[in-house]
Ligand binder design. Structure first.
Ligand code: ATP
Length: 272
């Protein structure tokens, strides 16, 4: 049911404060927040609002988080679906689900539709891909139709994320579709320290814990991995019966997360 994809406003919303680093991307999406808050303010002279924003960057760098923060800051409903789920969930009905999703969105406008891994739907049409290729083409075509069918002041913004912009069908990037692209980088050392600070904020922390030192020990880490380290450290400390998470809990958590990364063959690229 596509209606269930919408998270209504209310409850704990993600805001820009939850997103560490990413200063430039935040600045770029701040404009989208303005559009969503007051669409008519911008369209009164006949201009059309942007409908599609594509976030491009490696896994775990906060693309989903940033899209949620845009919804949170604007106070609008947020629907999230991943391109690969879309293809799996809706085999044979992908195109009609796209239509449903957009109909729902129009009813809830202003709102945001977020499509993670949009490359799963949006690969160059007619390309290789074996089974399911025809289905994907239909789904992509429907997505294009829907994006073209918006009235400019409807206030539905489609945000999408990919780490494979090279395989996207060029039609998706035309004016009026995902014509705004924002690139999201892996965090540098200072940004990693900020991400650590965001994620230790909810923990009971010993004074020995030093976000700067943790940032130095984690070159190549994305935000998702940092969040994981913080959580592991808190679990380890609790298991050790401690009353606060200490730096050595983080050290051990780091070893674990790094071992996991090596196993999953994600190479940690040398940096700094
Ligand atoms: P994917 O491409 O794998 O879907 P993504 O870029 O969408 O990844 P998110 O799902 O937004 O990444 O990030 C996963 C989690 O990592 C977030 O929920 C958050 O806890 C943490 N995280 C990632 N980047 C940041 C950041 N810049 N600041 C704070 N937390 C972050």
């Amino acid at each position: 049911d596509t209606a269930a994809l919408f998270e209504e406003a209310g409850g704990r919303r993600v805001t820009f404060d939850d997103v560490a680093g990413l200063a430039e991307p935040k600045e770029e999406v701040a404009e989208v927040v303005e559009f969503l808050r007051r669409p008519q303010k911008f369209t009164r002279l006949g201009g059309a609002l942007p409908t599609g924003v594509l976030l491009v960057g490696p896994p775990g760098t906060g693309k989903t988080l940033l899209a949620k923060a845009v919804a949170g800051e604007a106070g609008v409903p947020f629907a999230s679906i991943s391109g690969s789920d879309f293809m799996e969930m809706f085999v044979g009905v992908g195109a009609s689900r796209v239509r449903d999703l957009f109909d729902q969105a129009k009813e809830r406008a202003p709102c945001i539709i977020f499509i993670d891994e949009v490359d799963a739907i949006g690969r160059t049409r007619g390309g290789p891909g074996g089974a399911g290729t025809g289905e994907r083409d239909n789904t992509l075509n429907q997505l294009l139709v829907e994006m073209d069918g918006f009235d400019s002041d409807e206030g539905v913004v489609i945000m999408a994320a990919t780490n494979r912009p090279d395989v996207l069908d060029a039609a998706l990037l035309r004016p009026g579709r995902f014509d705004r692209q924002i690139s999201i980088h892996k965090p540098d050392r200072l940004e990693r320290a900020d991400i650590f600070r965001v994620h230790v904020a909810d923990l009971r922390l010993d004074a020995s814990v030093d976000p700067e030192a943790l940032a130095r020990q984690t070159p190549g880490f994305a935000g998702a991995e940092i969040a994981n380290v913080c959580n592991e450290a808190a679990l380890l400390a609790a298991r050790r019966g401690r009353n606060a998470v200490q730096m050595d809990d983080f050290d051990q958590a780091l070893d674990r997360v790094m071992a996991g990364l090596e196993r999953s063959n994600k190479l940690i690229s040398p940096e700094e």
